[in-house]
Design a binder for this molecule. Structure first.
Ligand SMILES: [Zn+2]
Length: 256
């Protein structure tokens, strides 16, 4: 009996060694909300009685760039004062344990990065609030270079600089899209986790389904039902900061 069990253990160990864990994680505003970053929904969706969803548009910037800059300045400040939560930390831990890993986040803050996730392991599909870019040409730079007493202008073409984020109605950045496509093309994933996003954008559902296409686990973490729920192999109806550490610990102990 003892021998049989030993050989089974060795087999399992051998299988584990050759096993490649390929992971895709997709996160949205719900993950940052638990660090105190306001979402664009409900009561959070207003600033000085302006609707956030309407401020985050090219039209609002054209109409009143100063107002939009002020709003983003406050958001940057709020993010700088916030700290990554247990959900961010669990994702960084999962990245360290996985053989291949990519995070696609809709969040424009730096909380995943500050939790220890390398920039190479993540795609900020809606841009980065700490980057600014020219409205007209390709010039971009770190936000720290801007002096906000005046509306910042491009040193190259003198057009207004704007936050380096994707506004409503704008296209996703091509280079970042390519990084997601390349990762999905290289192979299916064993584990896909979709956390804190209402998954209202078709591309989020598309990526999650493509990544889990060969029978991979598709785990949704969200207190509410979303369009992804019907496809999930596991549902965690809890906030990300509670569910993610548990899910990651279970995955890590299973694969090692
Ligand atoms: Zn320019």
């Amino acid at each position: 009996m003892r021998q049989t069990s030993l050989s089974v253990d060795l087999e399992t160990a051998a299988a584990c060694r050759s096993y490649i864990m390929r992971v895709l994680v997709i996160t949205g505003a719900g993950v940052s909300a638990e660090s105190g970053i306001p979402t664009f929904r409900g009561e959070d969706g207003y600033w000085r009685n302006f609707s956030a969803a309407k401020l985050a548009t090219p039209e609002a910037f054209e109409r009143d760039p100063k107002l939009v800059w002020e709003w983003y300045s406050e958001r940057r400040q709020r993010i700088s004062n916030a700290r990554p939560n247990a959900g961010h930390e669990a994702i960084a831990k999962l990245a360290r344990q996985a053989d291949e890993f990519l995070l696609v986040t809709q969040n424009v803050d730096d909380l995943h990065f500050r939790a220890g996730l390398a920039n190479e392991a993540m795609v900020q599909i809606h841009g980065n609030i700490f980057v600014t870019r020219c409205c007209r040409c390709d010039f971009r730079r770190d936000y720290n270079h801007e002096h906000e007493d005046v509306l910042p202008r491009c040193p190259g073409c003198a057009a207004l600089m704007r936050p380096g984020v994707v506004w409503f109605g704008e296209r996703l950045p091509w280079s970042e899209l390519q990084r997601v496509e390349n990762y999905l093309d290289r192979g299916a994933c064993d584990l896909v986790v979709v956390a804190g996003t209402t998954a209202t954008f078709g591309y989020i559902i598309n990526w999650a389904l493509r990544a889990s296409r060969c029978g991979g686990e598709l785990i949704e973490v969200n207190p509410e039902e979303t369009p992804i729920s019907q496809f999930a192999t596991q549902l965690a109806r809890e906030p990300a900061a509670i569910a993610l550490p548990r899910i990651v610990d279970a995955t890590v102990s299973y694969s090692h």
